[in-house]
Design a protein around this ligand. Structure first.
Ligand code: F6R
Length: 607
């Protein structure tokens, strides 16, 4: 995830562009840069590693001249955090420069083709191919717009791009495909940006672009067109209602909600992670013994992985909490230890990895933060590419890790012949359908979940119950409830309830039941029996369940959050998203400090 900003005005824009990308830093902040045009002369490009304030100082952004410019703040995905990899990128003839957010999935092929045509690359990024491709198409068509559109046709993957060129020194070209982009409409200046926090202090008037559209923006106008047909799109200007402070959260009142809402894109990013890397981790799963480790949420991610490996790969790895790892895990040569960590800096998980290394085990990690200690410690690494997670509570990063473990389990299952390749492909297809289902929940169910949360927020004790792969989903969801709302919540296997905990059921304790889809008949029936046991003792039950064809006339739920039909492979992920919203709205109803709950820290680097 990166942040893009562009501005075209009648006076110097560099200072305002620097402010714009500072407001986009929540999207990434490992390096940044700016390109400006002063009249029709050559492009001025300045970039470096570090957050915006630091680079601004180092590169003297404020003193740069130019009435038109583009800028970028980066969260590295392809290529390390280096000055060369920072955006903007230049074409060979230095007449085009580009900034990009997203992932170009066919960048390897394009790079090879362009290199053959004589282009020299100066970075390791997928982005750089775009600017060389535009340069190449310009040679062919001799027109910027035609060259830009022709290049867009050749790109696969996701992007928001902004282009500046000396051939048309008064215009910014931009385009969007599955990465956000909008135009800010000012009085004698116009803007392009990944989100309106980049320009809201200058104008509250915006035009939201859709996928498959491009725009040409000058200081006194803009035109939005369809990439496929070139047809003009007429789109009304919208008045933004947010203030500057809210804008930094992209209009969301809290980072937690914003990050929950980013999950459709985060899922897409996790699905884009190279299959070769997934295969490498699948090979680790076939070592003598596989250990999965993490702590807090990431321990529940490990446990989630354990169930997926068991069901879809026919292997039961050991899932161990990293704080207990040394005291439990009998690791030696020939074993593989895979750690999960958002920050890549958690002391307990690092200690588990160091212990595994000292016992000569091969190590792997799935982490979100590039260059983190864990990323540098392990033998094999997956950078999950979920973008910065600012809220102390982990939501999107954990969901992406779960998805990656599910992908690895499928690859391992196919290698071992536990499932057929065709079956694995069918499950992968189901994963690709997840973003749309998550979007439906976010858009259509959040209001109802908020109502339930407000009705039930006076309850101080909750049980989160699930069976099979819904059990780790319940545990992770209980942790969310505890840490953000300060309400006592326990995650438990629903079958375990009758062995003691059921004694607690009364009107002061609520239960949330993670119900499988009806196709998982055995699990479904067993889960409903546990809910029946609670109802028989007058306990409140909130069913998180799926809409189904065969509806039971009488379900043992006091209230139900009914989710769109989802296949069993992806059902637990979808329930987790609904439960994240339940925790979030309970915490807001209780007026908690959402993004920085008491006593917590984003990165726990102590023992
Ligand atoms: C829960 C949460 C923590 C972290 C845990 C591990 O929402 O954020 O439980 O999951 O401290 O942190 P990372 O993933 O950074 O290793």
């Amino acid at each position: 995830m990166c942040g893009i900003a562009g501005m075209v005005a009648l006076d110097d824009v560099a200072g305002r562009l620097a402010d714009s990308i500072r407001n986009l830093e929540y999207r990434g902040y490992d390096s940044c840069g700016m390109a400006l045009l002063n009249g029709s002369r050559s492009l001025i490009v300045r970039k470096n590693i570090g957050p915006v304030a630091e680079v601004s100082e180092k590169e003297g952004f404020a003193g740069l001249r130019g009435h038109i410019g583009i800028a970028h703040t980066r969260w590295a995905t392809h290529g390390g955090v280096t000055q060369a990899n920072a955006h903007p990128h230049l074409s060979c003839d230095a007449r085009f420069t580009i900034t990009h957010n997203g992932i170009i999935s066919n960048h390897d092929t394009l790079r090879a083709r362009l290199a053959k045509a004589g282009h020299t690359f100066t970075s390791e990024t997928d982005t750089e191919v775009i600017v060389h491709l535009i340069e190449e198409r310009y040679k062919q068509f001799r027109g910027v717009e035609r060259a830009f559109v022709a290049a867009l046709h050749e790109l696969e993957g996701t992007y928001a791009v902004a282009l500046l060129t000396t051939y048309e020194p008064d215009r910014i070209y931009c385009a969007r495909s599955e990465s956000p982009l909008l135009i800010g409409v000012g009085d004698s200046a116009n803007f392009v940006a990944s989100d309106f926090s980049a320009f809201i202090s200058h104008t509250k008037r915006a035009v939201f672009m859709d996928d498959g559209e491009y725009a040409v923006v000058s200081h006194d106008g803009y035109a939005v067109k369809r990439v496929a047909t070139g047809e003009l799109v007429s789109r009304p200007v919208q008045e933004l209602k947010w203030d500057t402070e809210m804008a930094q959260k992209g209009g969301f009142p809290h980072y937690m909600l914003k990050e929950i809402f980013e999950q459709p894109q985060v899922v897409r990013n996790a699905l884009e992670i190279d299959a070769k890397l997934i295969e490498r981790f699948a090979a680790l799963a076939l070592e003598k013994r596989l250990f999965l480790t993490g702590v807090g949420t990431t321990y529940y991610v490990a446990q989630f992985g354990q169930y997926y490996f068991s069901e879809y790969a026919g292997i039961t790895p050991v899932a161990a909490s990293s704080d207990e790892f040394r005291f439990l895990a009998q690791v030696d040569e020939g074993c593989a230890v895979v750690a999960l960590s958002q920050s890549g800096e958690t002391y307990d998980t690092l200690a588990a990895l160091r212990y595994a290394k000292s016992r000569k085990a091969v190590t792997g990690a799935i982490v979100n933060v590039m260059g983190s200690t864990m990323a540098r410690t392990v033998d094999h690494l997956i950078l999950q590419g979920s973008g910065p997670e600012i809220c102390v509570i982990s939501t999107k990063a954990a969901l992406a890790q779960m998805l990656l473990l599910a992908r690895i389990a499928l690859a391992a299952g196919a290698r071992r012949g536990h499932i057929t390749k065709a079956k694995a492909a069918a499950y992968e297809k189901q994963m690709r359908e997840m973003p749309a289902i998550i979007e439906t929940i976010l858009n259509e169910k959040a209001g109802f979940i908020n109502t339930i949360a407000r009705q039930q927020c006076h309850i101080n004790h909750w049980l989160f119950l699930g069976r099979g792969k819904y059990y780790p989903a319940a545990r992770e969801s209980a942790l969310k409830m505890k840490e953000v709302s300060y309400v006592h919540a326990e995650g438990m296997p629903s079958g375990f309830l009758k062995h003691g905990t059921i004694a607690l059921i009364d009107e002061k304790l609520n239960s949330v039941i993670f119900t499988p889809p009806e196709e998982e008949k055995e699990l479904y029936d067993m889960t409903l029996s546990s809910a029946e046991e609670i109802r028989a003792r007058d306990g409140y039950t909130l069913g998180i369940r799926f809409d189904g064809a065969r509806k039971k006339a009488h379900l043992p739920f006091t209230d139900s959050i009914v989710l769109p039909r989802t296949p069993p492979f992806t059902a637990p992920f979808i329930e987790i998203v609904a439960a994240q919203l339940l925790s979030y709205y309970t915490a807001t109803a209780l007026n908690r400090n959402i993004d920085r709950p008491r006593a917590l820290a984003k990165s726990v680097t102590v023992a």
